[in-house]
Design a protein. Structure first.
Length: 297
């Protein structure tokens, strides 16, 4: 596969992550978050297990333990994400959750006990300005939604750091992605009776959103991103995936009639600029990297 083709596929993956905000917004109108996560990941797991069976049919104990850990985290990320979208506009949520790009180096700093680079520190400062612009004038509902979005971003950052750790231990990325979908679904089914009343979508829009989340935003996006990253550089991957909140905001405007205020647009611009600064890799250092790259729940 050429780098150009890999970059095109990454753009499609990024659009899929951006679309997850739209479809989740529709889906949580009929399904509660754990209910949605359980069915969504179950469908995605069955589809990908059937397609990849010959390559992943004999998982090791290490693979299953790693997948279970990541699956529980993925379930938590997606459930909190669902609750956030019940009280927050999809376009606003997309920019707040994109702060995962800043949480990852902060977590690595805690693990390695090394200060982040000046570039990451500047990116963090710019991003915090953007977050502040979102929260200064918010009502209690918006503030609560903002907190849920930031919790989602932090949990996903933990997921990314752990996923990168397991892949570096030579675990197969595709198998890891498929099995964590299965464990994520199982954990959501266990949690669902304690927090929610199990149900199914009641409309064509609800079913359509559920299947789009399962096939496009889970099965396709997770596996394709994992497969193509080795064919492109870190700088290309980072910049392409940073387009996710732009896609989410555009879809929110087109289908949900969500119009961001001037202050929110300025805040979004600061968050996006912070992501670009944190992700930037000089051209001379632009080589294929095994560092974690970011995506949405």
């Amino acid at each position: 596969m050429t780098q150009q083709r890999a970059n095109v596929l990454l753009v499609l993956v990024t659009f899929g992550w951006g679309a997850s905000y739209l479809f989740t917004k529709f889906a949580v109108a009929e399904l509660q978050p754990f209910n949605l996560v359980a069915i969504r990941f179950c469908i995605a797991f069955v589809v990908m297990y059937a397609l990849c069976y010959s390559k992943i049919k004999q998982p090791s104990r290490q693979m299953l333990l790693a997948s279970a850990t990541l699956g529980i985290l993925l379930c938590a990320v997606s459930a909190v994400f669902g609750y956030a979208l019940q009280v927050t506009a999809a376009s606003t949520a997309s920019f707040l959750i994109s702060t995962t790009v800043v949480f990852v180096p902060l977590l690595m700093m805690l693990i390695t006990r090394k200060l982040p680079s000046r570039q990451v520190a500047i990116g963090l400062g710019i991003t915090l300005i953007g977050i502040s612009l979102f929260s200064i004038k918010g009502t209690m509902t918006l503030e609560f939604g903002m907190v849920l979005c930031l919790v989602t971003a932090l949990l996903y950052a933990v997921h990314i750091v752990l996923n990168n750790y397991y892949v570096r231990k030579q675990l197969d990325g595709i198998a890891l992605g498929v099995y964590q979908l299965g464990f994520g679904s199982a954990f959501a089914f266990v949690c669902m009776p304690f927090f929610e009343t199990p149900t199914l979508p009641q409309s064509t829009l609800g079913w359509t959103s559920l299947f789009m989340l399962a096939i496009v935003c889970s099965a396709f996006a997770v596996v394709v991103q994992s497969a193509v990253q080795k064919y492109t550089s870190a700088v290309h991957t980072g910049f392409i995936l940073s387009l996710e909140p732009i896609f989410a905001a555009l879809l929110g405007f087109l289908f949900l009639q969500e119009v961001m205020t001037t202050q929110e647009l300025v805040g979004a611009a600061f968050i996006f600029a912070g992501m670009l600064v944190a992700n930037y890799v000089p051209k001379k250092e632009s080589v294929v990297s095994q560092e974690p790259h970011l995506s949405s729940p």
